[in-house]
Design a protein around this ligand. Structure first.
Ligand SMILES: Cc1cc2nc3c(=O)[nH]c(=O)nc-3n(C[C@H](O)[C@H](O)[C@H](O)COP(=O)(O)OP(=O)(O)OC[C@H]3O[C@@H](n4cnc5c(N)ncnc54)[C@H](O)[C@@H]3O)c2cc1C
Length: 241
């Protein structure tokens, strides 16, 4: 199956290709399914960083579709990792909901990077949803001693039971916000609360990954209205409504 212009562009950007094999499957919640994978040699070749993601090629109507997914608990020594798939309607989600042990999927590694905030932030502010929950979890684990406020937009009640909700640390303040008006409720809550929590903008770290429009809106607010320096922010839209 040819990958079209996306595949050509990734080859030009030196994307590296691997094949992953499903080794296990488990329902994390009613709307999130974790698949475990053997990494086909990827982790040894690429190394690992917080929020690390890969491009997977999902078959749909005879064509491959590329979608980004975040590694959960990557284990370079064992050549293994998991992926938590949010379940909705789409080629990636459909593939994940029926995939079983022994199934394989093609992957390209290109574009994932993480620059650890330096100096270590006095406080982190993380805004996301089911799709970015694995990345948020990896950030909380990478900087375990940094106090963090997390706004997690929920589309289902079960989103409150995603693994990141169970960090067990008192200095992780997790705030659930039901999705309303295409993300407007989440944006309003962050806009209202963040100015009082922020402290010195240069000592904060603000990480935003929800739907593309809400991400753009909040990134502009944080950088322009709250004067958080760009290197102390990260914003990437994770999905399009
Ligand atoms: C860097 C990065 C890392 C990501 N990591 C993960 C991850 O670990 N786990 C994960 O689940 N997703 C993750 N995502 C998001 C995922 O790539 C998108 O949700 C993708 O669109 C899903 O593809 P699909 O083929 O299932 O649906 P699509 O064909 O893209 O969309 C089909 C329909 O589903 C809707 N839809 C798509 N995504 C969502 C969503 N998240 N919630 C609600 N409705 C949606 C669309 O609006 C559309 O109506 C990541 C995205 C990025 C950019």
């Amino acid at each position: 199956m040819g990958r079209g212009w996306e595949g050509m562009a990734l080859r030009m950007m030196r994307g590296r290709d691997f094949e992953f094999t499903v080794t296990g499957a488990e329902d994390v919640t009613a709307h999130c399914r974790r698949l475990s994978f053997a990494d086909g040699g990827m982790l040894g070749a690429t190394g690992v960083h917080p929020t690390m993601w890969v491009r997977l090629w999902f078959p749909d109507a005879g064509r491959p579709h590329q979608r980004a997914y975040t590694l959960v608990d990557p284990d370079p020594a064992g050549g293994a990792f998991g992926i938590d798939f949010a379940l909705h309607d789409g080629p990636a989600s459909r593939w994940a909901s029926t995939a079983g042990v022994g199934d394989t999927i093609q992957a390209t590694v290109q574009g994932s990077a993480f620059a650890a905030p330096d100096p270590t932030p006095a406080r982190m502010f993380l805004v996301g949803d089911r799709a970015s929950a694995p990345a948020i979890g990896s950030l909380l684990r990478a900087l375990p001693d940094v106090p963090a406020t997390v706004w997690l937009e929920t589309q289902h009640g079960s989103d409150e039971h995603l693994p990141l909700a169970r960090t067990g640390r008192d200095h992780h303040d997790l705030r659930f916000v039901p999705r309303e008006n295409a993300g407007a409720r989440l944006a309003a809550q962050v806009r209202t609360a963040l100015p009082d929590l922020l402290g010195d903008p240069a000592e904060a770290y603000v990480w935003i990954a929800c739907d593309t429009a809400t991400t753009r809106d909040l990134a502009r607010f944080v950088r322009r209205d709250l004067d958080v320096p760009k290197p102390r922010t990260h914003a990437l839209g994770y999905w399009r409504p």
